[in-house]
Design a protein around this ligand. Sequence first.
Ligand code: AP5
Length: 210
Amino acid sequence: MNIVILLGAPGSGKGTVAGKLASENDGLKHVSSGDLLRGAVAKGTAAGVEAKGYMEKGNLVPDALIAQMIKDVVAETTGDVTMLLDGFPRNLAQAKILEEMGAPVKSAVLIDVPDSIIQDRIAGRRTCPKCKAGYHVRNLPPKVEGICDVCGEKLVIRKDDNPETVKDRLVVYHRETEPLITFYREKGLLKSVDGTIGVDNVAAAFLKAM
Ligand code: AP5
């Protein structure tokens, strides 16, 4: 097993690209820290109860809480698999925790999208609460409005996708997560793709870069 880290602002397309590539390529596994946390919140586990307030405000949940979830997924992933790790690490402390896990990081790929595009991306996002497929009302609409193409579930708007929380998430991204770009560049692991060129083109560029 090895790991490809997805870096990028909220709404840059990390989940869209990783979901698409994992569904089209055997041997790629998409692991999203946000989906793990939203799953825990929905189930009402102790971790979910603790995480909920942080997530609704657009803040990072405590490092130890999310690190334990990632450790569990890494431990259960064996064989010839490349894990597309979306949303973790989110700060330097988490990057060090990942190193301590001994998980082999093959590359860290930044999906580069300017802040000016992010609000529109997130305002139009619709998500399937059941299978986690992601859509955009204009850029990537489902075949039937409001219904998931994959599993037929009714699509929802994420609670943290309101304009005020998105502003806060961007502040947190620039302060906490952006330093990881330098961190992985200095290790010779950083790649970057233009995230503004349409989903299929971004996914193809990502696959080449990783
Ligand atoms: P998380 O779920 O990880 O949210 P995020 O990083 O803010 O990223 P998003 O899911 O918002 O965006 P994305 O880049 O996946 O974009 P998407 O593909 O959907 O985290 C949520 C919260 O959980 C955090 O705020 C925090 O509280 C907590 N958390 C998670 N991980 C944590 C950690 N490690 N430590 C601490 N706390 C943590 O695309 C967005 C939209 O754009 C979609 O509608 C899509 O259809 C559209 N789109 C995508 N690509 C394109 C394209 N190329 N062209 C046009 N439209 C596109």
